[in-house]
Design a protein around this ligand. Sequence first.
Ligand code: TYD
Ligand code: MG
Length: 455
Amino acid sequence: MAKSQISYSCNACGAVHSKWSGRCDGCGEWNTLSEDTGISAGPATAGLGKSRGSRMVLSDLSAREVPPARTNSGLAELDRVLGGGLVPASAILVGGDPGIGKSTLLLQAAASFARSGLKTIYVSGEEASAQVRMRAERLGLRDAPVQLAAETNLRDILTTIEAERPQLVIIDSIQTMWLDTIGSAPGSVSQVRAAAHELTSFAKRKGVSVVLVGHVTKDGQIAGPRVVEHMVDTVLYFEGERGHQFRILRAVKNRFGPADEIGVFEMTGGGLSEVTNPSALFLSERGKPSPGSVVFSGIEGTRPVLVELQALVAPSPHSQPRRAVVGWDGQRLAMILAVLESRCGIPFAGLDVYLNVAGGMKISEPAADLAVAAALLSAREDAALPAETVVFGEISLSGALRPVGQTENRLKEAAKLGFTAAIIPEGGKPGGDTGLRLTRATDLTSFVGDTFGAG
Ligand code: TYD
Ligand code: MG
């Protein structure tokens, strides 16, 4: 017989523990463990040998499979992030901070997909239908053939979907949904996990695409989207600074397309509008060349994107100087500072270091190393880099510069935006003739010497 057993799961990362503790071993967060109820431990393994299950259906790997017919929404930025449109019967999670614009994005997406011919239902567990309608009015979407419902009971939702047979269902948000078979409150790990499981398996069985909206929570009050990440085909995160108008939709997992693809939007009074040339947007606030500012030519998914890195280096009044970064990895910054100190003999001790990626963009590529080092040096030496120059390249712990992928695409994008020169690592592919004046460096020391004189 199935034995029920108490377990504890983390609201932040979903890790399951057999004992309660103040801190989650999985992610290191405090006070995020809560009791799982209603989840049975499954059949005792000892019994498995005796009872017979039914046989699985086996098929050949070589069996022919036709690629699914995708539907384009008409929102090109969204379609690209999905890997070229919506795949039927797929499950998608859209996570993001509260208030970042998830409901706005998905209402616009629902309207676009409905206009492209998909039967679409939008279920809001947070707002009344009237509120959603008012938002649609403001966004100019009142005439889109989207069906609305304000509901949180998953049993009723699934019954309705079964009867209506839509092709796309949007659940806003997964944290408000509850199953009457589970004792804990909506938003708890057990509820979120079970609701997501029901919805995704329903989607696969009935051929309905579902989009789950998930709030990212830092305080662990409600279960975060990481609990459901592994159940869905595609995980998109909607990022941006609340005070900034730019929003980035990023694919962090995609079974039907490249991960790391981004779509760029701008939040306006009339909803989200697509930004088709993100480089121009990210560089739009850039003034004259100034110390600490460097333009990095990066690759986001399949597309090159230029962004400005800004560094500030100032004498520290603290005994422990500050290292603050926004939009890049703090560990990687520490590594580059260490390489500059030990390989090039440029000390940063006693100096506060701040690094910011302009426009609310987040960069994870190691190709940004050289641009970061250039921004730090430029700030430290109070000397601006030559005007209209882009920089990219990876730095190794030895201080050597490594060539990075897609050199030609990076250079072409820079040329398109009016840049005339680039500083890149020696080696790798020549990069074609992009019309840019190329300065190549083999290691960080020679880069420092060439760019900032003696260094
Ligand atoms: P919302 O989509 O409700 O965020 P989420 O679902 O992620 O919690 O968006 C909330 C913010 O977006 C709100 O602060 C107002 C702003 N907004 C606009 O600036 N323009 C608009 O047209 C709309 C609908 C919202
Ligand atoms: Mg919302």
